[in-house]
Ligand binder design. Sequence first.
Ligand code: GTQ
Ligand code: FE2
Length: 380
Amino acid sequence: MDTIEPEVKAEVREEISPDLTGPEAVARLNRDMQRNSLTPLWQIETNLMSRQPRTQTLPWLWKWSTLYDIAERAGALVPIERGGDRRAIALSNPGLEGRPFATPTLWTAVQWLNGHEVAPAHRHTAQAIRFIIEGNGSWRTGGGDRGFLERGGLVLTPPWLWHDHGSKSDERAIWLDGLDIPLNNYLDASFFEPYKGEAQAVTQALNGTVLKYGVGQMRPAWEKRSVEYSPIFTYKWTDTERALDNLAQVASSPYDDIALEYTNPHTGGPVMPAFSAWIQMLRPGIHTQAHRQVGSSVYHVFEGSGETIINGVSFRWEKGDFFVVPSWAWHEHHNLGGNERAILFSLHDTPLLLALNKYREESYQLNNGHQEITGTFQPV
Ligand code: GTQ
Ligand code: FE2
């Protein structure tokens, strides 16, 4: 069979025209494919399906001093108005062609709210969290539930929930915003609606969801389970810190030391379908082993100082800094703060990869799990 078919074909081609098999014919074929919006796999396969993830996302770090300075100036110069709705400044990964995204799936911004300001109510299908860096006297109303914001609090804004932010104090508030905007837009799933007034009415007791669900082990017996997102709209720092200290007494991860994922108490799963939030403590002197996984992450240094070595490059960090670990990049954390603990808050798109059966991870086998350091990141 193998020998007969090609011969027959060659004969037939010659009879019709030599043109049909030559380089000109191939050029014409390519041209016709292009003209007809068609692309041959054989010319693009190695890029299309790389042997391993080949992300454009760069490991990167933003200094707190820079972020704060810029946010403060925006606070003085730029009013919060309808249309923009928020004074949020997005980490824009230099590998992502100027798009305002920290990673291919995660929007991460620093939001600044002046004392006595209100950021008007709206809702959107993008799902959001805030991690409060400083918040004295500021509040968030979500679905009629108003809660005051405190340093270290994690605040959830599930999809399509009305939310507005405001302040009762003379002090500014500043926090980390995390949303799945890049994914939401990639999926052509964005809906957005401004609220008819400024701030929505508060319809529940102050801090209602914290009082209802905040212990996290029990829920009002008459309420249905929410499986899509956590009903706890605020995870308070005092609870988070206690959980870290408790875990440190009994267990740790060689890669992440004392790491906790904030969970939806109804499912044990992540707080949002599209991303999960972590808090982690690197105890004094800890230098974790390197590993890598599919999916991208954004970190915020809540406390302490140290370095994260990403693909052999040392990213030195201190309190307030933000950094990105791209998909499949080796990374290990190192607390360099003497006797001080370091605390990292982070967002990961792992739930997407797990849900779609695309998750992989690998630990670094050489040199006791430590990468060779080949460079040091120089922040701008
Ligand atoms: O605070 O509601 O960083 O809607 C981006 C979009 C914050 C918010 C962002 C938003 C918000
Ligand atoms: Fe929003």
